[in-house]
Every structure is written in structure tokens, then in C-alpha cells.
Design a protein around this ligand. Structure first.
Ligand code: GLY
Length: 374
């Protein structure tokens, strides 16, 4: 078992990583279940997949301690992060009589975690919640750090709150049922930690990434714990992303969001895949600026390609030009000017925020990449 503390004054919590944790939920979350006693039902939110897979085991584990779960089940996918679903969920929580000192349980990927976290942030002006992430992406990224949100017509994650969970329970065994493509998409965020701040971890992933993707228990647990340890340190240092520390977690995301927007936020390109290709572009652009050695840019591309993630723009078959991708970035950041802050690399494990990047230069770079620059 690994326990990673997130050291936030007044809101400190643990991330517990242990195989089989889900089947021991009654004990692992005993502190947050106890206030419900045997008479009040415990609110659990899941999507229809996680509900089908884990309901029985969770109910058995809770039952052993005399607790009963009540379920709010959403459809899988981003459509659950909307005002109507949020309204239904908060009405349901109020009908259940949730109090400010109660905890709501979120069982699922990033969508469920973001939705429940935001519902908890605003119900009774803030009740507690426990994250039980069931995708690799949610385990290593979205379940930790307190970013919660829904989507609106104006864009993704534009309405939300910082609201930290009280506990995060990560059971690597749940990844056994995760489709390989989603596993790879989550692995992109694991690689991100190495690339942004830990060259030794990146080198370890170069040698052991295949074992992580094959869900070998020891390799997987090491990858998750190392990723979470870095995320916890960054969140503790810069909870609200006001200092350039937490922004480092957005490595690959500015390019990535533009690609997601161009592909209509569809299954053509999953978020983790877009981040992977975004990291390739950040590395290649850094090399073009002469800030990253060509050999390190090549290592980045190789690590991403070796994981079966998209590693070159032409492979996506886009018909747009660099200027169109830059327009998505401008819109995403609501920026008017000729520059945007970009996460770039000075080395493997050395990301930084560059503030002097001209969007015209990014457009020219992307045109070259779209034409298969080598
Ligand atoms: N996923 C980026 C962050 O948590 O800040």
C-alpha cells in the first residue's frame, strides 16, 4: 500500500493506492461512512459502467459495516457534465438529506469525479466528497487536486470550483477492465509527469512503459504512486494555479486542446491522446527554438509512439492549417493578443512557462508539422 499525503493547510488529505481497495471500501473509507450509521443511506454516484461492474462488491463491503448505499447513475461520457445533470444530482443529494459534514462518493472516471466534486462544492455551500477513480487518467490526474467543473455551450470546464476531496482511493485492479485505448490515453498523463519534472522517472518509463500498459502490478503501482506524488507536491505548492507551478501540469494541453477542438471533442481523439500529441509538438517546438536538444525531442516522440499513442500530426489526417489550430488556442484561452503562454521544455524533466511565444510562429510551425516536417 502507498499513501501519498496532499499537504494543504486545513484541507489535507490522503491518496491511498492499494490493490483490492475497492473490495475493502467499508474499512478504507470507514471514517466517512460512520456518520451515516445504519439508518441513513450513503450517496454513491457512478456511471452505468462502473455501477454495473462494482456495485455488488461495494454493497457487500459496506454491508459488512452495517451501511447501505443509494446510487445516482449517469450515462458514461461528457454529457453528464452539464447543468441539467448537475441540477438532478444536487436535488437528489438534498432529498437524501446530505449535510455539510457528510461525504458523497464518486466512483468513475474524470467525468464522474468532476461532476460530483462540483456538486459537493455547491451543495449546502460545500459538503465533503471521496474520489474513487476508475480510469488511469482519473487516477493519476483529475481525482487529485480539487479541480471540479461542468461544461457549457461556451466550452469545457468553464463553470466549476476548486474543492478538494477528503480522500482519494485508488485500486489499480479496476484498470484490468479498462479498454486498452483508454489505458494508453491515461498513460500519456503518466509520461507527462516524467517529461515535466522527473527525468529519472521518464527514463524508467522508457524501459518499463510496456509493463505499465500491460497492467503488471508492481510497475503499475510504481507509475501511479510516482505520478500522484508529483501531482500532490505541485498542488500543495500552487493549489489555485497562481504561481506557474500548477500550470506545468498543462504540458501538451494548449496544442492538445486545439487538436481536440478541431476533431470536435469526439472519439477521433481522446483527451489523453491529444495531450500525447501536444507533448510531441511542445518538444519539437522547443527544439525548433533551440532550447531542447534534438535528441531529447526525439526521445519524447519515441516514448509516445512506443506507447501506441499518436506521435505525428499527419497521422490524424486533419484538413486544417496551422492558423486554424491557433484560432482554437486563442478561443480556448480567450486571448486577443499575438502571444500566448506555452509550456515548453529545456530538457527531459524541465518544463517551463514561455511567455514570448508568437502565435504567428506557432502557426508556421504547425503548418510545417502538418506537412510532415522531420
Ligand atoms: N489537470 C491539471 C491540474 O490538475 O491542474
Amino acid at each position: 500500500m502507498a499513501v501519498v499525503p496532499v499537504a494543504l493547510a486545513g484541507r489535507a488529505y490522503d491518496v491511498v493506492i492499494e490493490e483490492g481497495l475497492l473490495s475493502r471500501l467499508g474499512t478504507a473509507a470507514a471514517r466517512f461512512l460512520a456518520p451515516y450509521g445504519a439508518t441513513r443511506k450513503v450517496p454513491f454516484v457512478a456511471d452505468s459502467t462502473t455501477h454495473r461492474l462494482y456495485r455488488e462488491g461495494i454493497e457487500a463491503s459496506l454491508g459488512a459495516g452495517g451501511h447501505v448505499a443509494e446510487w445516482f447513475v449517469v450515462e458514461p461520457g461528457e454529457d453528464a457534465k452539464t447543468w441539467p445533470v448537475l441540477e438532478q444530482l444536487t436535488d437528489w443529494l438534498l432529498a437524501m438529506g446530505v449535510t455539510r459534514s457528510d461525504h458523497v462518493f464518486a466512483l468513475g472516471g474524470g467525468v464522474v469525479g468532476d461532476l460530483v466534486g462540483f456538486a459537493a462544492a455547491i451543495t449546502k455551500r460545500g459538503c465533503g466528497f471521496v474520489q474513487i477513480p476508475t480510469t488511469l487518467l482519473a487516477q493519476v490526474d483529475s481525482s487529485v487536486g480539487g479541480k471540479t467543473a461542468i461544461n457549457t455551450a461556451a466550452g469545457k470546464n468553464l463553470i466549476g470550483a476548486f474543492h478538494q476531496p477528503a480522500l482519494v482511493l485508488i485500486d489499480p485492479l479496476v484498470l484490468d477492465t479498462l479498454p486498452d485505448r483508454e489505458m494508453r490515453a491515461g498513460y500519456a498523463e503518466v509520461l507527462k509527469y516524467g517529461l515535466l519534472g522527473d527525468a529519472a522517472f521518464f527514463a524508467w518509463l522508457e524501459g518499463n512503459g510496456a509493463r505499465v500498459l500491460a497492467r503488471e502490478p508492481e510497475a503499475l503501482a510504481h507509475a501511479i504512486a510516482t505520478s500522484i506524488t508529483m501531482k500532490a507536491a505541485i498542488v500543495a505548492a500552487d493549489e489555485r494555479e497562481t504561481l506557474d507551478r500548477r500550470a506545468l501540469l498543462n504540458l501538451g494541453h494548449t496544442f492538445g486542446h486545439a487538436l481536440e477542438a478541431e476533431t470536435g471533442f469526439s472519439d477521433l481523439l481522446l483527451h489523453g491522446e491529444a495531450v500525447a500529441l501536444g507533448m510531441v509538438l511542445a518538444a519539437r517546438y522547443s527544439a525548433r527554438r533551440g532550447e531542447l536538444a534534438d535528441a531529447d525531442a526525439a526521445r519524447t516522440v519515441q516514448a509516445i509512439a512506443a506507447a501506441g499513442l499518436p506521435a505525428s500530426l499527419p497521422a490524424l489526417g486533419l484538413t486544417c492549417d496551422g492558423a486554424a489550430l491557433v484560432e482554437h488556442m486563442r478561443h480556448d484561452k480567450k486571448a486577443e493578443g499575438t502571444t500566448l503562454p506555452f509550456l515548453l521544455l529545456r530538457g527531459i524533466g524541465e518544463a517551463y512557462v514561455a511567455r514570448d511565444v508568437a502565435l504567428a510562429d506557432i502557426a508556421a510551425f504547425l503548418d510545417a508539422e502538418l506537412n510532415g516536417a522531420s
